[in-house]
Design a protein around this ligand. Structure first.
Ligand code: FAD
Ligand code: UDP
Length: 382
């Protein structure tokens, strides 16, 4: 039986581990942390809500096979995520939509801007802020400056330490202006939350006779890379699947990669509901970017009789070694440095890189699962 070593028990590692275990491989999963789930790890608080220790994780996908695959390990409840932005004392739907427009401009202007947007882009379309900023029509230009300044500018400066135009559509285009009256944050065909939390989903994924889980175990302490192979405990007759930071794997030989980190401030409050939406973004006020209220998206029917709720404030910060590298930075110069590592990695025959850190990609959970399924199938196919 072929032996596989997986470094990391997040979505990338757990998906590959399970697929390979079912195909008859013997799989050892090493996880540095004391628990499984990577950044999707959660646990219950007093109100029955699941607290996401590493930030709010909302599941959404349009990839049917990802939803079907994960459905083997969890039941779900339907959940359409809504976000409000606190702008000039008002709560405005985000992504900025025709409903937001009504809250921010005078009635006659709203009527004209709405018509112009629908004529130009069509009802139901999505327009990135960079596209909108190319508008010459004075009223559309006024709208685009408003949205740029009130929604994107300061949020992006806090989140990345850079301007929206420096981050580009790959980042700000995740939240495009919506020419519609629908206020959901996502448009995916599957929008559900795991009924009993993410951790249970991971427990079920990793519960297989061919999988051995090692917690608080850093896989890198047991490897050596030589002669174009990874040796694990002295043996090169393994497949090594790595989901951590690639610069760490290669001992930072081309220098450290850049990431953005976060500091979370959790608060448990003796109140039924803290805020008017599951997530409220604060583009222009405070040092944090958003407040998430876990109850709103982790309890199937938010229980109105429970006078207790947990919230978290997110404070973005510069990453330094030892912190959690929450976000790879999707900028050319950062990706170029990553490519140097990726080129070296390609020559190592038994090494496979997968996930948000090892691939240095601003991946959502569903895309990680999707490429992990692909990778496992390539390995199984030989
Ligand atoms: P991770 O979850 O980071 O897991 C990697 C694991 O590997 C970690 O547990 C780490 O400890 C372990 N590890 C690293 N090196 C080693 C080693 N040497 N030995 C052993 N173990 C090691 N996605 C969505 O789809 N929806 C959301 O709402 C959403 N919200 C997010 C909010 C925040 C604040 C952040 C930061 C991300 C969010 N994401 C969201 C993205 C999501 O977290 C990732 O797509 C997903 O967790 C990536 O899974 P992964 O397995 O690649 O990485
Ligand atoms: N963004 C913004 N204002 C908002 C929401 C998002 O400027 O109110 C920008 C910001 O640059 C952010 C990006 O859009 O980093 C992507 O937002 P998303 O909510 O997808 O970020 P994530 O949940 O991945 O942190």
């Amino acid at each position: 039986m072929k032996r596989v070593v997986v470094a990391g028990a997040g979505f990338a590692g757990a998906t590959v581990a399970r697929k390979l275990a079912e195909a008859g491989f013997t799989v050892d999963v090493y996880e540095k942390r004391k628990q499984i789930g990577g950044n999707a790890f959660d646990y219950k608080d007093r109100s029955g809500a699941y607290i996401h220790e590493y930030g709010p994780h909302i599941f959404h996908t349009s990839i049917e096979r990802v939803f079907n695959y994960l459905s083997r390990f969890t039941d779900w409840f339907e959940y359409k995520h809504k976000v409000l932005g606190y702008i000039d004392g008002k709560y405005v739907p985000i992504p900025f939509s025709l409903n937001s427009l009504k809250l921010c401009f005078s009635e006659d202007k709203v009527k004209r801007i709405k018509e112009k947007l629908i004529n130009k882009y069509g009802m139901g379309s999505k327009v990135t802020i960079s596209q909108l900023r190319e508008e010459n029509d004075p009223e559309l230009a006024e709208l685009s400056e408003y949205v740029y300044n009130k929604v994107f500018l300061n949020y992006t400066k806090k989140q990345w330490g850079l301007l929206p135009e420096q981050m580009g559509d790959g980042v700000t285009g995740r939240v495009p202006v919506s020419i519609s009256f629908e206020d959901g944050y996502f448009r995916d065909s599957y929008q559900y939350m795991p009924k009993n939390g993410y951790t249970e989903l991971f427990e079920r994924m990793l519960d297989h006779e061919n999988i051995r889980l090692h917690l608080e175990a850093d896989a890198l302490e047991q490897i050596e890379i030589k002669n174009n192979r990874v040796y694990f405990d002295g043996s090169a007759d393994i497949i090594f699947i790595y989901t951590g930071c690639i610069d760490e794997l290669f001992d930072y030989k081309f220098g450290e990669l850049e990431y953005r980190s976060l500091r979370f401030e959790f608060e448990n409050i003796e109140k039924n509901v803290f805020q008017p939406a599951a997530v409220v973004n604060y583009p222009n006020d405070h040092d944090f970017t958003r407040i998430s209220e876990f109850k709103s998206f982790t309890i199937e029917k938010c229980k109105n009789d429970i006078m207790n709720t947990t919230i978290v404030r997110e404070f973005p910060c510069k990453y330094e070694r030892g912190m959690i590298p929450y976000y790879p930075i999707p900028l050319k110069e950062c990706e170029n440095k990553y490519s140097k590592y990726a080129t070296v990695a390609k020559d190592i025959e038994n090494l496979y890189l997968i996930g948000r850190l090892a691939e240095y990609k601003y991946y959502n959970m569903d895309l990680v699962v999707n490429s992990a399924i692909d990778m496992a199938e390539r390995i199984i196919g030989g």
